[in-house]
Design a protein around this ligand. Structure first.
Ligand SMILES: *Cc1c(COP(=O)(O)O)cnc(C)c1O
Length: 426
């Protein structure tokens, strides 16, 4: 597989290089040179397969023969070791639950696949994974990389801006996992990580790698569950499908469009955000104008400079698609809470992120259409607020209970690059 840097098209790397490197020069994102397409027979065929076999077809179409068949198959099997579940809600709407993995969020798919690929291909090098999290990436990456030889993981997160349960899930692990609480917001954390990658000598001496959703391995892995969703639905509704994606850094939506680019029948996507609405405003008036990030109850979407957006623009350009065909909307905390209650009355307990996608899907869907919204996290991760809103008790899954009693091992550093640099080099 060949990829080019969106900011410097002459810079080309293969899949493993892109995975190891994360970003190209000038912080440019890597993007596939070839965009494979399945014809409708192939699509029908793979929709009949099981999740693992189908995922092999999808990933090998992109990655090509760069990874031996057996290695790729094993990576997929080890990474996707938990189910995707589709629940019917109401009024032609389904939830695709992506939160049944070890850290209860969809980020387990990308994080675990990335860890598999890296652990196969780093040989004897010592590498440092440096990443910023708005809540769920940290957990997915920590668990996926815990105990993997020659990999040090350093995770930055905004102090007091993630839930205690989210924090417990990854700041209690120790070993090769180090966590840094930053006095700032997610964009600050992301900026510090970018600065580290720009520091050539630091990057070299530590072999820095970002496990953010900018990493191509994570993105490719996420294509697979879009196919799984369609495979679960009755055939006759496949051609009238609208998918609503709760979005922060826009990796998930990028993967959805890469699935469509491969040939998955999706009539329309909805870019669903909270009040951090840089993309909805851009789609409305064609002006890119990030504002200060605002903390919300859908904290994993508290992003005002979404890193993956340039990939969506690149893909639309390459496919000659129109951005006006991308539906969008942003939802306030107040409306999110009302919608969590409305869903609860329908007998479905949902957390804030997925609820935003549901809310916008419900208002966007036409009579003849069917809709899927992505369940990106388990409601138990947001236990306190959901119990408060719905008055219903949430049962914590076993994955969480284990970590609640453990002490948080995070270090605190100032939101300054020097402080981060010092920590990394100590
Ligand atoms: C990360 C995350 C999102 C946003 O996904 P992006 O790929 O960054 O757009 C949405 N919901 C939850 C629960 C998340 O953890």
């Amino acid at each position: 597989m060949k990829l080019y840097n969106i900011k410097d098209r002459n810079e080309q790397v293969n899949f493993i290089q892109a995975t190891k490197q994360g970003l190209g020069s000038k912080q440019g994102l890597f993007f596939p040179v070839d965009l494979p397409e399945f014809n409708s027979d192939k699509i029908n065929n793979i929709l009949k397969m099981n999740f693992i076999d189908r995922s092999y077809e999808i990933l090998s179409a992109y990655i090509g023969n760069e990874i031996p068949v057996n290695t790729l198959t094993n990576c997929i099997k080890n990474a996707f070791s938990f189910p995707v579940s589709i629940k019917y809600i109401d009024n032609n709407i389904y939830c695709m639950e992506l939160f049944h993995g070890p850290t209860l969020a969809f980020k387990d798919f990308g994080g675990r696949f990335l860890a598999q690929i890296l652990s196969h291909f780093i040989d004897d090098e010592q590498i440092t994974i440096l990443t910023a999290t708005s809540g769920d990436t940290g957990a997915a990456i920590s668990h996926a990389f815990h105990g993997i030889k020659n990999i040090r993981v350093v995770i930055l997160y905004p102090k007091n801006k993630i839930t205690l349960l989210q924090e417990k899930l990854f700041c209690t692990i120790g070993g090769n996992i180090e966590t840094l609480a930053i006095k700032g917001d997610f964009d600050t954390c992301q900026l510090l990580v970018k600065m580290a990658f720009n520091d050539i000598s630091l990057k070299k001496s530590l072999s820095l790698n970002s496990a953010n959703s900018i990493n191509i391995s994570r993105l490719l892995a996420q294509i697979c569950y879009y196919f799984e969703a369609v495979a679960h639905l009755p055939k006759k509704i496949r051609d009238n499908l609208v998918i609503s994606v709760p979005s922060g850094n826009f990796g998930n939506l990028t993967a959805g469009f890469l699935a469509k680019s491969l040939g998955l029948p999706v009539k329309r996507f909805i870019a669903a955000t909270n009040i951090n609405d840089t993309v909805p405003r851009f789609l409305e008036n064609n002006i890119w104008k990030p504002k200060e990030t605002i903390s919300t109850i859908s904290n994993a979407m508290d992003v005002s400079k979404p890193n993956n957006w340039p990939r969506i623009e690149e893909l639309f350009y390459r496919k000659s698609w129109q951005l006006k065909d991308l539906a969008y909307g942003s939802v306030s905390d107040e409306t999110t809470k009302l919608s969590i209650n409305a869903l609860s009355k329908l007998g479905y307990i949902s957390e804030p992120h997925a609820t935003i996608a549901w809310h916008l899907l419900r208002s966007n869907l036409k009579n003849s259409e069917h809709g899927i919204f992505l369940g990106t996290a388990h409601p138990a991760k947001f236990q306190e607020i959901i119990e408060e809103i719905t008055g219903k008790k949430i049962v914590l899954p076993s994955q969480l209970i284990k970590y609640i009693k453990l002490p948080i091992l995070s270090h605190e550093i100032k939101p300054k690059f020097n402080a981060l640099r010092e920590f990394l080099l100590q």
